[in-house]
Design a protein around this ligand. Structure first.
Ligand code: FEO
Length: 408
């Protein structure tokens, strides 16, 4: 969908493309309103800077937008904030067409750049926080904002226009050709949905990025997807901060969540005894949740706020039942590093589920303490319930910082 270049600020233009028909993005995201691949062009008296490109299948429109504003010979720099193919798809062709262009990327992007473009020699330079590009009338400061949401992601700030190029940060999958937040329809659902699916697993990195952005007065945020934010940019910054700050209990306790599934109340009884054990330790708040009737958004929220969690699972047909796997799938959407986790359960005749879930927790890089496997055949005896209690006590001490040797 070709359109005339759209002015974003003085001598800064939107040269991105619209993808109104896309309905699923990156396999997991629903995009009811389509999306946009935003790219920008900065004109100065000393040459042109291209800021990001677009998905390859849309590159013809992208090049039409470039050609409407400058000749390829005038392009001095191509800044790539994020090398994922939806933003670097047109880069190999752009490098071919623009003979004097130097690509500016973060050090983490260099190997990916070489893999993307088959060119023997790529004219590039690496950039990081505080490095500056001054070309003609524009001064651009680069900001390293990693893991938002790839290791190499960057942002940059144009001083003269108080404009932040934020990469995927502050993006929305929301197509509206009116493009600016004060002109388009209500896209707040898409803004929040994008955060939840892309940024939420990297909350601590979001907070680091916000600290860097906080050095500057921001009049305009130009992200890589969806509306350009100019009406009240601080509002979006505040939302990201609010969503990224971890809610800690007022009493400072560590939170242990016990999720369980139960057919005959045996695994539930185990959970209850573990909870009594952990609650007997000072500084721990333990909560139990029945996986049979808890919904996914709530699982994510509870997991996110938990310092540790336990999964109580029966074994059915040599596996853990689906709600347990659904819980594990939620871990994709949150910051899980540093969380301590394990599993337990009652079983009828084979009991593989506990081993399987513990192996999965380990492969997800959770901190799984080397405790004795807590598997009980059918109805737990008083002695076995005492073992569960002791397990709860030990797990609570580990959450409180007791040193343990991890088998990796
Ligand atoms: Fe919009 Fe992470 O690519």
């Amino acid at each position: 969908m070709h359109h005339l270049p759209i002015t974003v600020a003085k001598d800064i233009y939107f040269i991105g493309v619209f993808d109104p028909d896309i309905r699923t993005f990156d396999i997991v995201m629903k995009t009811a309103n389509g999306s946009t691949y935003n790219a920008y062009l900065i004109k100065t008296s000393e040459g042109v800077i291209i800021v990001d490109t677009v998905k390859k299948e849309f590159q013809n429109d992208f090049f039409l937008h470039v050609e409407a504003l400058c000749s390829y010979e005038e392009i001095k720099y191509v800044i790539i904030h994020h090398i994922e193919p939806d933003h670097s798809g047109a880069l190999p062709e752009l490098i071919q067409r623009a003979p004097h262009a130097k690509v500016l990327i973060s050090p983490q992007a260099t190997l990916m750049l070489k893999a993307l473009s088959n060119a023997e020699e790529i004219n590039f330079e690496t950039i990081w926080t505080n490095k500056q590009l001054i070309l003609g009338e524009k001064t651009i400061t680069f900001l390293t904002t990693p893991y938002l949401h790839w290791p190499e992601t960057m942002s940059s700030y144009v001083h003269e226009d108080k404009l932040l190029f934020s990469g995927d940060v502050f993006g929305s999958h929301y197509y509206d050709k009116r493009l600016f937040d004060d002109m388009v329809g209500d896209f707040s659902y898409a803004f929040a949905y994008y955060y939840d699916h892309i940024m939420r697993p990297f909350k601590s990195y979001v907070l680091s990025a916000l600290a860097l952005y906080g050095r500057f007065e921001i009049a305009l945020i130009a992200p890589l997807h969806g509306p350009i934010l100019r009406q009240n940019p601080q509002h979006y910054v505040d939302l990201y901060r609010q969503w990224s700050v971890k809610n800690k209990p007022k009493n400072g306790n560590k939170i242990l969540s016990i999720f369980y599934l139960t057919s005959y109340k045996n695994t539930q009884e185990m959970a209850q005894s573990i909870m009594e054990g952990s609650e007997s330790v000072e500084g721990i708040t333990t909560n139990m949740y029945d996986l049979a009737s808890i919904e996914e958004p709530n699982m994510i929220k509870i997991l996110e706020e938990s310092d540790g969690f336990l999964i109580g699972t029966p074994t059915i047909n040599a596996d853990a039942p689906k709600p347990v796997w659904d819980l594990l799938a939620c871990l994709m959407f949150l910051e899980k590093s540093g969380k301590t986790a394990s599993a337990f359960g009652s079983y009828g005749w084979s009991g593989e589920a506990v081993d399987t879930i513990i192996a999965r927790l380990k492969s997800l890089k959770l901190r799984v303490p080397p405790l004795e496997l807590l598997k009980i055949k059918l109805i737990p005896s008083q002695e076995e319930l005492q073992t569960c209690f002791d397990f709860g006590v030990e797990f609570a001490h580990i959450l409180n910082g007791k040193m343990i040797e991890m088998d990796l």
